[in-house]
Design a protein around this ligand. Structure first.
Ligand SMILES: CC(C)(COP(=O)(O)OP(=O)(O)OC[C@H]1O[C@@H](n2cnc3c(N)ncnc32)[C@H](O)[C@@H]1OP(=O)(O)O)[C@@H](O)C(=O)NCCC(=O)NCCS
Ligand SMILES: CC(=O)OP(=O)(O)O
Length: 334
């Protein structure tokens, strides 16, 4: 069974409620209808009911069963206003500002629904840039207990691929931390291992990626990954993790054996930790577009409740997948 079909089966077993704030986006409406039909989640949408259902009518999709919350009409608004004001009072938030934001910014409204447990998770980003989705999520939900850093990963499912876990990988950070320090890279490795284990269900084998393998190149960029590897090995001794490794040495067994002999990771990695966001974001898009991989994300790890982003280049099918993954994260509380 394909990776995403396994996730959908899990999602169906204990249905969670996912809020979709981007109700002007056609792909989101199409995805919502498919999720309702497949039964992987309950869907809440934010906006004016007549506009949402008009949109669905033009697209000829059936949104029967979707719950619509209109910020102008809901009696939850004042609770959200008070909660948001309290949460952000040290940052100058007032009730007036909070009301203005909640009435006009559906992304923040959706995050508040998750914060107040009126939804189990949120998926957005089909028509908003990543930074706009992540900022309110980070500000309101904050990090999960025991974590200092939120980071963003993709589940990459590569067709006809013998590498990774039958072609399935976690790539990180591909969406949030632009130039992580060595210590932050170590944290991203640990969070990515947890994401891999909980969503793919297999043992994570983590490569700390670089343009160098075991000292083949010298540069400050390489030094950062070497240091990150040392920190990660010390902080998380239970992980199967190694670096610094080039991509080919990480995933191709024969190249791993020749470039990094004796490494427990080389040639077998299924979790790829990129040295910075340029590499991560470009890397996932190369694999998605040229190898025709399914790319689910950017999903957040290390955040207190499940909120996941999308690329503005996503398809309706990608949204359906990320909704199912969000529902499973909510089940597992990761
Ligand atoms: C996400 C992002 C917008 C946050 O940066 P920012 O707007 O400058 O916001 P700040 O640094 O002021 O952070 C806002 C809040 O989030 C928190 N935060 C930021 N990054 C965080 C992280 N990685 N982990 C945990 N919390 C974080 C800050 O502590 C701050 O909290 P506070 O307001 O309660 O003090 C920024 O990191 C970014 O633009 N990342 C790249 C996104 C992108 O374009 N990706 C490429 C496409 S996928
Ligand atoms: C993941 C990604 O590239 O997102 P965006 O379209 O928001 O830039």
């Amino acid at each position: 069974m394909a990776f995403i079909d396994v996730i959908k089966e899990k999602a169906k077993k204990d249905k969670k409620t996912i809020v979709l704030p981007e109700t002007r986006d056609k792909r989101t409406l199409i995805a919502a209808a498919q999720v309702l039909e497949e039964g992987t989640a309950n869907i809440v949408m934010i906006g004016k009911e007549e506009k949402i259902f008009d949109g669905a009518g033009w697209l000829e999709v059936d949104l029967t069963g979707v719950k619509v919350i209109d910020p102008d009409e809901t009696d939850k608004l004042e609770h959200y206003v008070k909660t948001l004001t309290e949460l952000r009072k040290n940052k100058g938030m007032t009730e007036e500002k909070a009301r203005e934001i909640l009435l006009n910014d559906y992304l923040t409204f959706g995050v508040m629904m998750v914060k107040c447990k009126d939804a189990d998770g949120m998926v957005a980003g089909a028509c908003h840039a990543t930074a706009d989705v992540l900022r309110p999520s980070l500000q309101i939900l904050k990090t999960a207990p025991g974590t200092d850093l939120v980071s963003a990963f993709f589940i990459m499912d590569v067709p006809n691929c013998e590498y990774g876990s039958h072609g399935t990988f976690v790539f990180a950070d591909c969406g949030l931390n632009q130039d992580p320090t060595a210590s932050e890279l170590a944290c991203i490795a640990d969070s990515s291992a947890k994401s891999f284990r909980s969503l793919v269900g297999e043992k994570p084998v983590i490569a700390m990626l670089s343009h160098s393998t075991k000292g083949s190149a010298k540069h400050a960029l390489v030094d950062k990954v070497v240091e990150a590897t040392e920190i990660a090995k010390e902080r998380y001794p239970q992980l199967t993790l190694d670096g610094e490794l080039q991509l080919d040495a990480s995933i191709v067994p024969s190249i791993g054996a020749s470039k990094a002999k004796g490494s427990p990771v080389a040639g077998h990695a299924n979790v790829l930790v990129f040295p910075n966001l340029d590499a991560g974001n470009i890397g996932y898009k190369l694999v998605q577009r040229l190898a025709k991989a399914d790319a689910y994300g950017p999903m957040l790890q290390g955040i207190a409740s499940p909120v996941n982003d999308l690329s503005r280049g996503c398809s309706a099918e990608d949204i359906v997948g990320v909704i199912a993954l969000t529902a499973v994260q909510a089940q597992l509380n990761v």
